[in-house]
Design a binder for this molecule. Sequence first.
Ligand code: PGU
Length: 401
Amino acid sequence: ESVFSHVVRAPEDPILGVTVAYNKDPSPVKLNLGVGAYRTEEGKPLVLNVVRKAEQMLVNDRSRVKEYLPIVGLAEFNKLSAKLIFGADSPAIRENRVTTVQCLSGTGSLRVGAEFLARHYHQRTIYIPQPTWGNHPKIFTLSGLSVKTYRYYDPATRGLNFRGLLEDLGSAPSGAIVLLHACAHNPTGVDPTLQQWEQIRRLMRSKALLPFFDSAYQGFASGNLDADAQSVRMFVADGGECFVAQSYAKNMGLYGERVGALSVVCKTADVASRVESQLKLVIRPMFSNPPIHGASIVATVLKDRNMYNEWTIELKAMADRIISMRQQLFDALRARGTPGDWSHIIKQIGMFTFTGLNSEQVAFMTREYHIYMTSDGRISMAGLSSKTVPHLADAIHAAVT
Ligand SMILES: Cc1ncc(COP(=O)(O)O)c(CN[C@@H](CCC(=O)O)C(=O)O)c1O
């Protein structure tokens, strides 16, 4: 009799479980629009040319060894990551008020930040948008924070519920932590305008709410790395403090390398160095020190002007292909006279379209058309190609008529 015979079978993850179901489907027309991972027009995962070039350079460099990294990770990677999100001219970086630690991609960066806050911050409540990435509530709850939500999405307009957002943040207890998607909100694809970000910033600073940015798609929303960092830079420019989690999974296609960074912007350099010393106490018993390969790729790309420029070109090409998939799907639904207003498909940005389809319609599309997507109606546009748009449009048309 096993001592684990009481263990019950856990349900599949709402997002990653979609790929499990997709892989089991023998249909030749099946479409995986679940996981937010870029695919080419041929439907294949993409390794960026600049990444292959960086890896070749690393392999050829016989001086490179496989020693442990410091607990905080690859120093060069950390500096370059801070520069990428805060800007090369950031006063916070110049004044040494930023500490950056390399973590296991975006998830790991969020987790390390949350564990630190649960131990060292006086307010243990974090407000997350409604809806948000499915893993957010689990990461923060398991870190010991208590999770509340703020209104974010308006199903009626399929846009931002800005009034609800301001009301909910306005009634949050002062000092509460607030999770903000830096750009390309997942799953809605709806972002505040710069003017709305400025109003959010003023409100948050007036109540001493602590911003925790999740930047998983920098460069993927607009195709421009600086444009997609504007929300973060507005908060840093006011001299206030904030947390920022960065992921290189999507914008550099390093999904499985698990490359990310957590940055904490503090009021003084002395506080930043003390915060870093405590971040090390979170990391050491969690994963001790981070993996060297992916961070070396990123550092190799970011530190060389030509490779950085080549990366921005490949990044914009990915963003542009997703935008063209939006237009093609919108046009295909219009051509079919599919009932309903589908303009949100071309208004939303980033990797996902929040279609507004309900779970029954999603189940119908999976059953009858072998379309795999999350049950909340989210579609990863990166999983589409010109050849497969008609099949998806047929499925949506059938689901709503
Ligand atoms: C807003 C947000 N933050 C963090 C992450 C974590 O990404 P890392 O791989 O840890 O860097 C994701 C990935 N969400 C995608 C990818 C699949 C998943 O992990 O759920 C998604 O929503 O499909 C995300 O969408």
